[in-house]
Design a protein around this ligand. Structure first.
Ligand code: RM4
Ligand code: MN
Length: 407
């Protein structure tokens, strides 16, 4: 009998099923370049000292997170925020620091032309411009060796009657068909949905169903990106995750937390149990010997952190978030799949729920600290970073120039 309270216990599952060592070495956390820049609300940006001034310094910050945590070895770029003359050079710069370039995120929302949308815009000329912008992201993916192009659209309308839903969706499918054809051969596209904002009546990729059905029009390498902050309050995100895994269409997460709207707070900071329930679905798919589609899909999911550090120091916030992801994943590993199946089939509702509750309440931090120490990493990466003096050194180094922000 496996002791589910012992984080070091190995759980039954197919060969290659994730283990605690896997959490310490392999967990595919991706760091967003834009998590390090000055951001704010629509009311005020509070600038911080030492923030990156260009894409190279953003990559350097992401590499710092990887150096302290031992995971998080890819950094996502946002184009044009991270435009450089030499993408191969940027990728080499990342490699020298032990990380590589992850998802290339398109930005078709900061141009005058995009007032009424981008890929769904009523005008063919604006759609063309947006298509070309995302095709450029495919090219950046090619030059940086990235395997993912991520599309989030600010498209939507503010008032009933403003535009035709079906026409906009047809534009979306036609536009993305062109983008899909421009993907590097082995790359995938992930399509993110968002309930509202910046449009307040409807968004053109509103929910997982909207994203999934468009992906099905495009091809197998089109998958859904689930941004945890992009749902209405109370939506059962873990069930969405289960459905997308079963369909082979869960490509990536944008992880953050929220209390009200798309607040982009640190992952697990408001509802850590929700994050656990999501990871439980991932782990259970990874262990599923009978559902090859769900298993291989789960194995390839990218766990990107999509947070907006408006008032908190950015690198420490990112390190803490990576640790939260590792801890939550480790807890999800503690659920004994055989015992859970047994409780489910025998209708033992309380026992089934207890298996999840027990795992969630287990303190896995000592076990993870142990594994890190064995790998010559700091047992507590967050405190080690704070004590390192690196933040002050970075502030001294990064004087002058223009701090990067959203623009
Ligand atoms: C959006 C969405 C995208 C992110 C932008 C900055 O709300 O979450 O993933 O790229 O914000
Ligand atoms: Mn996002």
């Amino acid at each position: 009998m496996v002791d589910t309270r012992d984080p070091r216990a190995t759980q039954a599952g197919p060969a290659g099923a994730p283990s605690l060592d896997w959490v310490a070495d392999e967990l595919a956390v991706e760091i967003p370049s834009w998590g390090f820049v000055n951001t704010g609300t629509r009311f005020r940006v509070f600038p911080q000292a030492g923030v990156p001034r260009d894409a190279f310094e953003k990559v350097e910050d992401a590499a710092t997170v990887a150096r302290y945590t031992g995971v998080a070895r890819t950094v996502a770029l946002h184009i044009p925020w991270d435009k450089v003359d030499d993408y191969a050079g940027l990728a080499a710069y990342a490699r020298e620091r032990g990380i590589s370039i992850g998802g290339i995120n398109s930005n078709t929302f900061q141009d005058e032309d995009y007032k009424l949308g981008s890929l769904c815009h009523p005008s063919a000329a604006v759609r063309r411009k947006a298509i070309e912008a995302i095709i450029e992201c495919c090219e950046v993916a090619r030059q940086t060796g990235s395997g993912t192009v991520k599309v989030w659209l600010a498209d939507g309308t503010n008032y009933p009657g403003q535009d035709d839903f079906r026409a906009r969706r047809r534009h979306l499918i036609d536009s993305l068909t062109e983008v899909y054809a421009a993907l590097p051969a082995d790359a995938r596209m992930v399509l993110e949905y968002k309930l509202f904002e910046p449009a307040f009546y409807e968004t053109d990729v509103q929910d997982w169903g909207g994203s999934l059905t468009v992906c099905q029009h495009l091809g197998e390498r089109a998958q859904v990106c689930v941004d945890t902050g992009h749902h209405a309050l109370g939506v059962n995100i873990e069930q969405i995750v289960a459905i997308l895994l079963q369909e082979g269409r869960l490509g990536a997460f944008d992880l953050n937390d929220k209390k009200y709207g798309d607040d982009d707070l640190m992952v697990g900071s408001i509802d850590p149990y929700q994050l656990f329930r999501i990871f439980h679905e991932i782990v259970s798919a990874m262990r599923d010997e009978h559902d090859r589609v769900a298993r291989t899909t789960a194995e390839q999911v990218i766990f990107m952190i999509d947070q907006c550090h408006n008032i908190e120091p950015k690198i420490p916030a990112m390190i803490l978030s990576v640790m939260t992801l590792q801890e939550t994943f480790a807890k999800a590993l503690l659920v004994d799949p055989a015992a859970l199946r047994e409780a489910q089939t025998s209708g033992d509702v309380l026992a089934a729920n207890q298996l999840l509750q027990d795992a969630f309440r287990t303190d896995v931090r000592p076990a993870l600290a142990d594994l890190r120490t064995k790998r010559a990493l700091p047992g507590d990466p967050y405190r080690a970073y704070l004590a390192s003096g690196e933040a002050a050194a970075r502030e001294r180094r990064r004087v002058g120039g223009v701090a990067a922000g959203w623009g």
